[in-house]
Write a protein that binds this ligand. Structure first.
Ligand SMILES: NC(=O)c1ccc[n+]([C@@H]2O[C@H](COP(=O)([O-])OP(=O)(O)OC[C@H]3O[C@@H](n4cnc5c(N)ncnc54)[C@H](O)[C@@H]3O)[C@@H](O)[C@H]2O)c1
Length: 346
């Protein structure tokens, strides 16, 4: 009997993990599954002890993990202390792209394999990013609000107020990973010219790879899709923002830490920045007195780009398949600490 903890939340629910595990593993191995519900996204995620973007408490997790060999989760806080106090743990399946809620060094030292689910929400986040581009370019939230207030403004149709089109526009993608590769394909279908900057990416057909300063100079729309690391922290700072084409639109669906938020309200008010669409923020949620909330030409959403039901379904299924492979000694596909798997499955 293999003991498993389904530490789900209100997006990828514990019962969803359990159902996916039973469906993937079938009768091939008997499973003893217990469930733990974490409060995200009803309560925002955050730093918990020494891990990031986590939900719930370390003590609750340690309590639920006693005697457990495999844990599947999206947000549980696998801080260093967990590995000292849960000696039976052998595998953690984290159904997200960046498993920043796991202390990877501690997991590796304890001989625990950590797998993730890259690309599970790539389609959702890509479609959302393109939606934000359209919303910002055509001022959709502002005109919607005016209509609800009974205002029909003819001057939106004036030449100076009219929006642009994706067709024929140059769109610059900062980062060319799982999500932005799909964004590129969608934009190409719209007839946009897509350029990208990414020091590590494989080339993509029809997408010119350029340096960041050239991308900022040429693009009518700049969309951020890099991972947040010490190197990419505030990579778009005040100097970089000044390099953008006057009136260009900036979209961030990646992480707030990539962007210096401080100069943005002034750049919007002056029209230097033509539009700004944010799904992610330097502080989440942004404080009620944040000047961005009252700045012109902004489109703001509460970190929703990856939130489709298909994302949750895919996430649970990918991780259940990893568990199945682990139990069958086939080796997991998306191991983030391969040295542990190599030790265990030669
Ligand atoms: N808003 C949401 O709900 C949501 C959902 C999913 C992902 N995300 C975020 O979107 C971003 C992209 O996710 P992904 O799954 O495509 O990630 P990914 O790892 O597949 O791609 C990230 C890319 O960034 C590149 N990169 C690294 N350093 C760079 C630099 N200095 N300049 C330019 N590119 C650089 C990497 O080479 C990689 O190709 C991440 O920040 C992720 O956290 C947000």
């Amino acid at each position: 009997m293999t003991t498993i903890l389904s530490a789900g939340d209100h997006f990828v629910r514990p019962s969803q993990f359990t159902a996916a595990l039973k469906s993937a593993v079938g009768d091939s191995a008997p499973l003893d599954i217990t469930e733990l519900m974490l409060p995200w996204p009803i309560e925002p995620f955050g730093a918990v002890e020494n891990v990031r973007e986590a939900s719930g408490t370390v003590d609750d997790l340690i309590g639920a993990l006693q005697g457990v060999e495999i844990a599947v989760t999206q947000m549980a806080p696998f801080a260093a202390r967990v590995f000292e106090q849960c000696p039976d743990l052998r595998l953690i399946g984290v159904c997200r792209g960046g498993p920043v809620n796991v202390d990877l060094d501690a997991a590796t030292a304890a001989g625990v394999i950590v797998t993730n689910a890259p690309g599970r929400n790539a389609q959702a986040a890509a479609e959302f990013a393109v939606g934000l581009m359209l919303a910002a370019m055509r001022h959709l939230p502002a005109v919607h609000e005016e209509m609800r207030d009974g205002v029909w403004r003819g001057d939106h149709y004036t030449y100076e107020n009219a929006g642009g089109e994706l067709s024929g526009e140059t769109v610059g993608l900062v980062g060319l990973g799982s999500i932005s590769r799909i964004v590129a394909r969608i934009l190409q279908a719209f007839g946009a010219t897509v350029i990208a900057t990414d020091p590590f990416a494989e080339p993509l057909d029809g997408v010119e790879l350029v340096e960041l300063d050239e991308l900022l100079r040429r693009s009518g729309i700049v969309s951020l899709h890099a991972r947040l690391t010490p190197e990419t922290h505030q990579m778009i700072d005040a100097t970089r923002l000044e390099q953008m084409r006057p009136g260009a639109i900036l979209v961030n669906t990646a992480r707030g830490g990539l962007l210096d938020h401080e100069p943005l309200p002034d750049l919007l008010r002056s029209g230097r920045l033509g539009g700004l669409a944010l799904d992610v923020y330097d502080v989440e949620p942004p404080p009620a007195d944040s000047p961005l909330l009252s700045a012109p030409n902004v489109v703001l959403t509460p970190h929703l780009a990856g939130a489709t039901r298909m994302t949750a379904d895919r996430a649970a299924a990918i991780i259940a398949d990893e568990v199945k492979r682990f139990l069958a000694d086939q080796g997991c596909r998306y191991v983030v600490n391969p040295e542990v798997q190599e030790r265990l499955v030669p």
